[in-house]
Write a protein that binds this ligand. Structure first.
Ligand SMILES: O=C(O)[C@H](O)COP(=O)(O)O
Ligand SMILES: [Mn+2]
Ligand SMILES: [Mn+2]
Length: 527
């Protein structure tokens, strides 16, 4: 069709932009394909953190909000922002469900168990939020408040678990409620790769106060341990007492992000039910995607009316492709956390060939992702392929610089393959990061030393368009207000489809260059 150009949206996970510097694994990698694209075509640097995407000001981007705003075509008020707003206004500690739960527990002699990631990474959780919950409990006269701390070391520097535990205990001291009764690393409590044996270790610790390791005070759980993510399940008990969840108690999960905590929540629910503790109520700080019924204190924003709805309305087929680590991102999250099946959509989960030792296998299965993208791109019935190349982020999270350099090179090879196939089939390719990660893999520690860092960053993400061969349009890198949400409307524009009014972010192509308005043959697009 002359007025429509099929294409490929390629999300390079964790592909942030920063000038070359020590710790920039992206600029250090050998990337002939990306170098060529970035010099040949105009590149926009899109803000992908903080208010530009709907996060609290100054908060690093993440994969959920990144993919959600790409799909929604507008910034979305993310769960952390909605929670923070209630914290700032004082509403959270007066929340009717929270107050009612605490008052009832105080009257019945029950306990409130607070379970959550103990850090200020603000990707899954913010330990500051727990202070509000502790104040609510104290105000209700609730004495029995038990803290189950999940140590981080992924969204924040490894080795900082002790400091964050101290912050948590400081909140408890000031509120006059809460004592830490268990500690466990996030790789147990927040596994989302289906390793139920890991989840079960955290579940037994929290629900039944069972663990091989017992220490007298919280710091002893982490001090001297290597790797915050793998802190073994530890009961904290100075006096020999244990505090399992008893029937009638309330368990409140304090993560605002759902994905990694949900397997634990579901297992806790099942364990309680199977052991006759069916009157335990489960609450969560924000809304979760669990099978178990959990009452959220803060409800999530409406993310409908985005790319998936527009494609469906136009009857344009999309094929979504990613490895397991990012599969939900190109499906569920791009679709605004809407799990419903869409007739014009196909999902391809690329099996991971390599297990999850990403340092040993930094290429992951990206070659197979590329092969599947090429296969889908060769089909005339496919309007747009949406794929995620996960390596830069996933390997970046290990904090291993050398492995991330190799990961970036592997992504580059995949990009070369995909772009060659796109060119052969007359497709455009829009490449974009979803948040920064691997472009900044060192951080300055408290004493000025450079420490390895595998977390996300505040940096903008590159966005580059490789136009379809028979077109004259180009990306305009200077569009006012352009940010990550601009990607969705730009995809529709490239496909020659109407952009619904819900997708308010500015598009990245100039009006005059819209291919469906002004088809022009073979004009050069270099700058
Ligand atoms: O869950 C994780 O792996 C990290 O905490 C955040 O990374 P993501 O936002 O890329 O998933
Ligand atoms: Mn990501
Ligand atoms: Mn990540």
């Amino acid at each position: 069709m002359s007025d429509r150009h099929n294409g490929i949206l390629l999300i390079l996970d964790g592909w942030g932009h920063a000038p070359p510097a020590p710790g920039n694994a992206i600029s250090a990698a050998v990337t002939p394909a990306l170098d060529d694209l970035l010099t040949r075509y105009p590149t926009a640097l899109l803000p992908a953190s903080g208010t530009a995407v709907g996060l609290p000001d100054g908060v690093v981007g993440n994969s959920e909000i990144g993919h959600m705003v790409i799909g929604a075509g507008r910034p979305l008020e993310y769960d952390s922002l909605l929670v923070q707003r209630q914290v700032d206004s004082g509403e959270l500690r007066r929340h009717p469900d929270l107050v009612a739960a605490c008052t009832r527990l105080a009257a019945n002699g029950g306990a409130l168990h607070l379970v959550g990631l103990c850090s200020d990474g603000r990707i899954h959780a913010d330990v500051a939020h727990v202070a509000e919950l502790l104040h609510a409990a104290a105000d209700a006269g609730l004495r029995q408040v038990f803290l189950h701390a999940i140590t981080d070391g992924r969204d924040v520097a490894d080795g900082s678990a002790g400091q964050h535990l101290d912050v948590l205990l400081g909140h408890a001291d000031r509120a006059g409620a809460g004592r830490c009764v268990s500690v466990v690393g996030r790789n147990f409590a927040m596994d989302k790769s289906g390793k139920a044996d890991l989840t079960a270790i955290a579940c037994s610790l929290i629900v039944d106060a069972e663990a091989e390791r017992v220490v007298p005070e919280p710091r002893a759980a982490v001090d001297g341990q290597a790797g915050d993510q793998w802190i073994p399940a530890t009961v904290v008990s100075g006096d020999g007492s244990r505090h399992p969840v008893r029937d009638g108690d309330v368990v409140l999960f304090t993560n605002f992000r759902s994905d990694r905590i949900s397997p634990l929540v579901d297992m806790v629910h099942t364990r309680l039910r199977d052991t006759g503790r069916s009157s335990v109520r489960l609450l969560s700080l924000a809304q979760y995607d669990t099978t178990a019924e959990v009452v959220p204190l803060v409800r999530r924003a409406d993310a409908s009316g985005g790319l998936a709805d527009a494609l469906e309305a136009a009857g344009v087929r999309s094929v979504r492709i990613a490895e397991r680590e990012k599969f939900e991102h190109v499906t569920f999250y791009v679709n605004g956390r809407d799990p419903s099946a869409r007739p014009f959509e196909e999902h391809q989960l690329v099996p991971t060939a390599v297990g999850d030792d990403y340092v040993a296998q930094p290429r992951m299965n990206v070659a197979e992702v590329a092969r599947r993208v090429v296969e889908a791109a060769e089909r005339d019935d496919v309007g747009v392929v949406v794929a995620n190349l996960a390596n830069i982020d996933v390997v970046g999270h290990t904090g291993d610089y050398e492995a991330t350099v190799v990961a970036t090179g592997a992504v580059d090879t995949a990009v070369a393959t995909i772009c060659a196939a796109a060119r052969a089939r007359g497709r455009w390719v829009l490449l974009v990061g979803d948040h920064g990660n691997a472009e900044q893999m060192v951080k300055t520690g408290n004493t000025g030393e450079q420490r390895p860092y595998g977390g996300h960053t505040h940096n903008p993400v590159p966005c580059v368009l490789v136009p379809a061969p028979e077109s004259a349009y180009a990306l305009d890198p200077r569009v006012t207000g352009a940010a990550l949400p601009s990607v969705g409307p730009t995809v529709l524009q490239l496909l020659g489809l109407p952009v619904p009014p819900t997708m308010t972010a500015p598009r990245l192509l100039t009006e005059a260059a819209e291919p469906h308005r002004r088809p022009v043959r073979a004009a050069p697009t270099t700058n």
